[in-house]
Structure formats: structure tokens, C-alpha cells
Ligand binder design. Structure first.
Ligand SMILES: *Cc1c(COP(=O)(O)O)cnc(C)c1O
Length: 429
């Protein structure tokens, strides 16, 4: 399914919310915990999922729903939901179909927080994960599956390793084993890649990054393609295909079909019980970011490309990783999946190792040291001593991170100024 009949820019600006006569033009912030009803029976039908409507903002809120619908349209999915963070989105996406005794196959090149979630926290909950290199052979990928595997997980462009996932290949392997492919599409955003068009079943986002784009909110989103046939693999996904006793015996896949089952279950069970909602105020900020996403992404990409080209020719830089560079191990995959550009994030190694990397960073003026990526301000980070510091050296290598790697996130400033700043900081070494 295409995002809709409009171009992606029109959907960025107008998707998800159609004001009626005399309604507010901008998506209103419905800053209300609760909603009023005339009869208990009318409200009861909402609790039974017999009618759609609002009763409590932990479950659903009109502001959040409008913004989730826009993101679902942008990704070409059938349903979407917002979460309090990208971490919550990835946890919900996995835990909605995996439970104690289940198993997940994941790319090893993923965000450090998601690695911890899968390798440690979900393992404590009884969900085991086998990690495979995004460049593993078909045989290695095949060997990672077990009879209790419930999903395959990867990132379109891994943060910070910048590995590009071969979505079609991972989707084929997942589907051959009767399980969905979950793709975290945070870095490219639907402006640069729509994983569903390549076979992904569930798409997740940290909306904290480019979708917000201005570093004002932490949030996440989940989109369902509506393509995965849960009933065809009913024995693997009892949570979707057998009665939910906490909802009067509803069978999600029967009542809501492939288009709605996944998100309805994630909302009515996981959001009900874990409560990781995005506030309506934050959903409003997210929507402001989405309105210019299609205008901002090309600038992030051209600044990233310019910085990567400058760094790759510099004698004090030991290596540069950017999918837009010819010769990058993921360049061919980027040409296939990201023909209009990848993202503004460039990873590189400063010659002279860890100490030189830290000295270089403290000499930067425009590029700020921040635990962030993907907003309007250029920033940089040393993953080995920050986001990925829990990892062993072996785990770092598997995630595509070296001790001297610097992650540079190119913002929306002038490329010449970003390059001049990198140049003067390298000159201090
Ligand atoms: C930042 C990030 C996350 C986590 O998102 P939060 O909003 O920080 O919880 C997950 N995946 C990717 C690819 C990210 O970059």
C-alpha cells in the first residue's frame, strides 16, 4: 500500500487530521485525562471495544491518534500508535507477540538501548534473542531461527554503526519461518525509506529524532503494515489468535483483522498495563516536526554527505562510515533502499585512537557534545564512553563500533560552517 494518493510532503503537512467546518486548523492539544459520557452503557461499550471513542488518555487521546494516523500514512501502514519513547515502541512491538519462552532474531547492528532491551531486560523476562550480523550469510541467518522464534528485528540504518539492513532478505527469512519482520526506521524516516514497501510487517520509530527534529520531545511510534496474516500462523501468536480473557474473550485477529489486530492489542493490553503514553503536548510538538520533515531530511543528508566527503579525505581521520560514500560497505544497499539519501549521521575514527577522539571533540565549537542525534543542531558523541559503555569489547565490535569512533549528527546549519569546525578541531591534533 502506498502512503496515500498524495505526495509524501503533502502527507507530512496534512496527514492524519482533517478539520471540519469551523474546526481548529492546527491539530488541537486535547489536554484532558478523561472524556464525558451520558450513560454508563455508552462508556461500557468503549471498554468492551464494541464502539470506538475516548475514555481515558492512557489508552487513547485524539491528539495522539491524529499524529499516529499521520505517521501510519507516511509509512504506508494500516494502523499506528504513539508511545512515550522509542524504547517503549521497540519493547511494545516485540512484547506484543513474544512472551516468556519466546525467541527473537535480531541484527547485531542496532541502537545500544535496543541491544540492552533485547539482550538483557527481555532475557530476564524469558524472551531470548539471537543476534546476527546484518551482513551474515543466508545460512547464518537461517541457523539463527528456532521453533519458538516470534519475530525478526533490525534497523533500516543502524544507530550508530550506519549499517543498512537488507530489508527484503530479512523479510524473506522471517516470512519463511512464519514470523513478522520488525524494522526500526528512525534514521531514514519514511521520507527516505518506507520499509513496508520492501516487506517489513511492523515499523517502529524513536520520534525523538528526525521526526521531532528540534530536540524538544522524547517519543516513539509503532506502525502496522496490516500485511502479516496472524491467523495463518495462529499457533505461534496465541495472544492475537485466541480469546483475551482480559477483554471478554475477544480474538484480536478475528475482530480487527490483519489491519487492526496488532495495534489494538498493543493499545488495549500493553498500553493499559504498562502506561507508556506520549503526552498530548509532546504529540503536538511531534506533529510540528512532521510538518517540515520532507523539507528538513534532504538538508540533513546533504550536510552529512558533505561532512563525510571532507572527513574521508583528511589525514587525521582513520576511517569514515557513511552509506552515501562510494566504497562504504553498505553503499550498494543504500543505493537500493535509500536512493534519495540516508541520514545526517556520519561515523568516523579519529587517527590516534580513543584519546585523540576525545581531544578532537573538546575542540569543536559548532558541533556540540550531546547524547543525541538527528535534530537541527549539529552534535557529536563518543559511543564507547557513553551510549554503548555497558558493552564488552566483543559486543562493541559486533555492533560495528570501535573505541575511537565518533558519531557526528549533521544538523541544518550551513555545510561550510560544519566543515570549518571539523577542520579546525582536527588541526589541534
Ligand atoms: C534513539 C533511538 C531509539 C530509542 O529511542 P528513545 O526515544 O531515545 O527512547 C531506538 N532506536 C533508534 C534507532 C534510536 O536512534
Amino acid at each position: 500500500m502506498a502512503h496515500d494518493e498524495n505526495g509524501i510532503g503533502t502527507t507530512c503537512v496534512q496527514g492524519g487530521y482533517v478539520p471540519g467546518n469551523g474546526d481548529p486548523r492546527q491539530v488541537p492539544i486535547v489536554q484532558s485525562t478523561t472524556f464525558k459520557y451520558d450513560t454508563s452503557n455508552a462508556m461500557g461499550r468503549l471498554f468492551d471495544l464494541e464502539d470506538t471513542g475516548y475514555f481515558y488518555t492512557r489508552l487513547q487521546n485524539p491528539t495522539n491518534d491524529a499524529v499516529a494516523a499521520k505517521i501510519a500514512q507516511l509509512e504506508g501502514g494500516t494502523a499506528g500508535m504513539l508511545t512515550s519513547s522509542g524504547q517503549a515502541a521497540n519493547f511494545f512491538a516485540c512484547f506484543n507477540i513474544a512472551e516468556a519462552g519466546s525467541h527473537i532474531v535480531a541484527s547485531s547492528a542496532i541502537y545500544g538501548g535496543t541491544f540492552n532491551l533485547l539482550a538483557h531486560t527481555m532475557a530476564k523476562m524469558g524472551v531470548q534473542t539471537t543476534f546476527v550480523s546484518p551482513l551474515c550469510s543466508d545460512e547464518e541467518l537461517e541457523a539463527a531461527f528456532r521453533p519458538n522464534t516470534k519475530a525478526v528485528f533490525g534497523e533500516t540504518i543502524a544507530n550508530p554503526a550506519l549499517a543498512v539492513l537488507d530489508i527484503e532478505r530479512f523479510a524473506r527469512a522471517a516470512h519463511a519461518h512464519g514470523v513478522p519482520l520488525i524494522v526500526d526506521n528512525t534514521f531514514p524516516t519514511p521520507v527516505n525509506c518506507r520499509p513496508i514497501e520492501w516487506g517489513a510487517d511492523i515499523v517502529t520509530h524513536s520520534t525523538t529524532k528526525y521526526m521531532d527534529g528540534h530536540a524538544v520531545h522524547v517519543g516513539g511510534a509503532i506502525v502496522d503494515s496490516g500485511n502479516f496474516d496472524w491467523m495463518a500462523h495462529a499457533d505461534k501468536f496465541p495472544g492475537l489468535t485466541t480469546p483475551d480473557e482480559s477483554y471478554h474473550g475477544i480474538v484480536y485477529a478475528q475482530k480487527f483483522g490483519n489491519a487492526g489486530a496488532f495495534i489494538t492489542k498493543a493499545t488495549s493490553q500493553l498500553m493499559r498495563d504498562f502506561g507508556s503514553i506520549q503526552s498530548p503536548q509532546n504529540a503536538f510538538y511531534l506533529n510540528m516536526g512532521l510538518e517540515s520533515l520532507h523539507v528538513r531530511m534532504p538538508r540533513h543528508c546533504s550536510n552529512g554527505q558533505a561532512a563525510a566527503e571532507f572527513l574521508s579525505g583528511h589525514p587525521k581521520v582513520a576511517g569514515v562510515r557513511y552509506p552515501g560514500l562510494p566504497g562504504d560497505p553498505y553503499h550498494e544497499l543504500a543505493e537500493k533502499y535509500l536512493p534519495n539519501g540516508s541520514c545526517g549521521v556520519v561515523s568516523f575514527d579519529v587517527a590516534g585512537g580513543r584519546a585523540a577522539a576525545e581531544r578532537f571533540m573538546s575542540a569543536l565549537r559548532i558541533c556540540n557534545i550531546e547524547t543525541h542525534v538527528a535534530d537541527s543542531h549539529t552534535c557529536c558523541l563518543h559511543p564507547a564512553s557513553s551510549t554503548h559503555r555497558q558493552m564488552t569489547d566483543d559486543e562493541l565490535v559486533a555492533a560495528g563500533i570501535s573505541p575511537s569512533m565518533v558519531r557526528l549528527s549533521c544538523g541544518l546549519e550551513d555545510a561550510d560552517d560544519i566543515i570549518a569546525d571539523l577542520d579546525q578541531a582536527l588541526a589541534t591534533l
